[in-house]
Design a protein around this ligand. Structure first.
Ligand SMILES: NC(=O)c1ccc[n+]([C@@H]2O[C@H](COP(=O)([O-])OP(=O)(O)OC[C@H]3O[C@@H](n4cnc5c(N)ncnc54)[C@H](OP(=O)(O)O)[C@@H]3O)[C@@H](O)[C@H]2O)c1
Length: 356
């Protein structure tokens, strides 16, 4: 049996689901690939827990449950306060390992670099390391020892499809997508005649938004996704080069979350007008991301009814690739583009892909 030590940075929603899925697929991995993925270290924002011999499935399940219940790893027996991910990569030391970044932190960057430098392979669901400088993106991705499928469209095979188009030199002329479940939901609510403030509050109430909904409404998360795709097309773009439309005025940045939710009605008139105009001409409002000739733009747009993005419902995501080979009839990928279970499944696919 080939044993691959796994070092997991982040034990939040995605990280907990990943732990379950690794255990659940253990027999299949053994039967099909003679492979055992063996967690040797887990790290959260306050500490870590390390076992170079590998945690049993029972221990992993207890760790995931403790995290789901709000504990920190350093509070568990054998947990410790060392939480510098790069040092943990060192402590866990092994000849061959896979390091997984399911945090939402830039602090993991040294650990990712250290891991790749050691010849480890890396899987990340975390967009932040890939959307720092273009030079860092190249350093992280050029060896192809780092996979990052779930950074765009969660478990949907968006980036593996894009990579396969690039690899066969099918010229990608345009990528258009709707890549935020939260903004997709809000746009669908506007289509259905709801006011902007109602849609935002409903999305917040259902837990679709970040704790501060402005993080979604600012468009920067979608901008990072567009930037990753542009960079995969060898465009040396920086985050500042992405044209981003925020769905609220920057003056509202100074408000607390509750103040923002109380005052968001002030934006209703503007969005009523946009929604009415779109409806009158049979169009649909969508928060789109577009990559054309290396230029990235993310914005609210009224799309024609024959545009595939017009058919999106609720919080689903969609990406439309127009390429040399898929010109008149573009290549379309759509489905649930968020959620811990599908994201963890996508991370596991990346891990298995690297392990084989
Ligand atoms: N959820 C989704 O649907 C989805 C979809 C696609 C991609 N993603 C990406 O997947 C990543 C994880 O998402 P999530 O929903 O699981 O987030 P989450 O629930 O907030 O979990 C984040 C985890 O990272 C840990 N962490 C934060 N800073 C750290 C640091 N410096 N070192 C080590 N660990 C650190 C946190 O520690 P504590 O437990 O101590 O807070 C937590 O365990 C994010 O980058 C997200 O953008 C998520």
């Amino acid at each position: 049996m080939r044993r691959i030590p796994v070092i997991q940075l982040g034990v939040g929603n995605v990280g907990q689901s990943l732990i379950e899925q690794v255990a659940a697929s253990r027999v299949r991995h053994a039967d099909l690939f003679d492979l055992r993925l063996d967690h040797v270290a887990l790290v959260d924002s306050d500490g870590a827990i390390v076992n170079p011999k590998g945690f049993s499935d029972d221990s992993l399940s207890n760790i995931a449950q403790a995290k789901a219940g709000g504990s920190q790893l350093n509070e568990l027996s054998n947990g410790h306060v060392q939480c510098d991910p790069a040092a943990i990569v060192d402590v866990a030391g092994a000849d061959e390992a896979i390091v997984i970044d399911v945090t939402a932190s830039q602090e993991t960057i040294p650990a990712l670099l250290e891991s790749l430098g050691r010849g480890y392979r890396v899987v990340t669901a975390n967009k932040l390391p890939l959307t720092e400088s273009y030079a860092l993106f190249q350093t992280l991705t050029s060896s192809r020892q780092l996979r990052f499928e779930t950074t765009v469209g969660a478990g949907l095979p968006v980036l593996s499809t894009l990579q396969s188009l690039v690899d066969v030199d099918d010229r990608v002329q345009r990528i258009q997508g709707s890549l935020s479940g939260t903004l997709g939901f809000i746009c669908s609510q506007l289509d259905a005649g709801k006011r902007f403030s109602e849609a935002v509050r409903e999305a917040e109430h259902r837990g679709y938004t970040e704790p501060d909904p402005r993080e979604d409404l600012a468009g920067s998360d979608v901008a990072r996704k567009a930037l990753i795709m542009a960079r995969m097309l060898d465009n040396p773009a920086e985050f500042e080069d992405v044209e981003v439309q925020s769905l609220y005025p920057r003056e509202m940045d100074d408000l607390t979350i509750n103040e923002f939710l109380a005052e968001v009605d002030a934006l209703d008139e503007e969005y009523d007008e946009l929604a009415n105009e779109a409806r009158a001409s049979g169009k649909r409002l969508r928060y789109i991301s577009e990559v054309v000739d290396g230029h990235c733009r993310v914005c609210l747009a009224a799309v024609d009814p024959d545009n595939r993005l017009a058919h999106l419902q609720g919080s689903d995501s969609m990406v439309v690739f127009e390429t040399g080979h898929y010109r008149d009839n573009p290549l379309v990928i759509s489905g649930p583009g968020a959620g811990p279970t599908v994201t963890a499944a996508g991370v596991l696919r990346d891990i298995v892909g690297l392990a084989l």
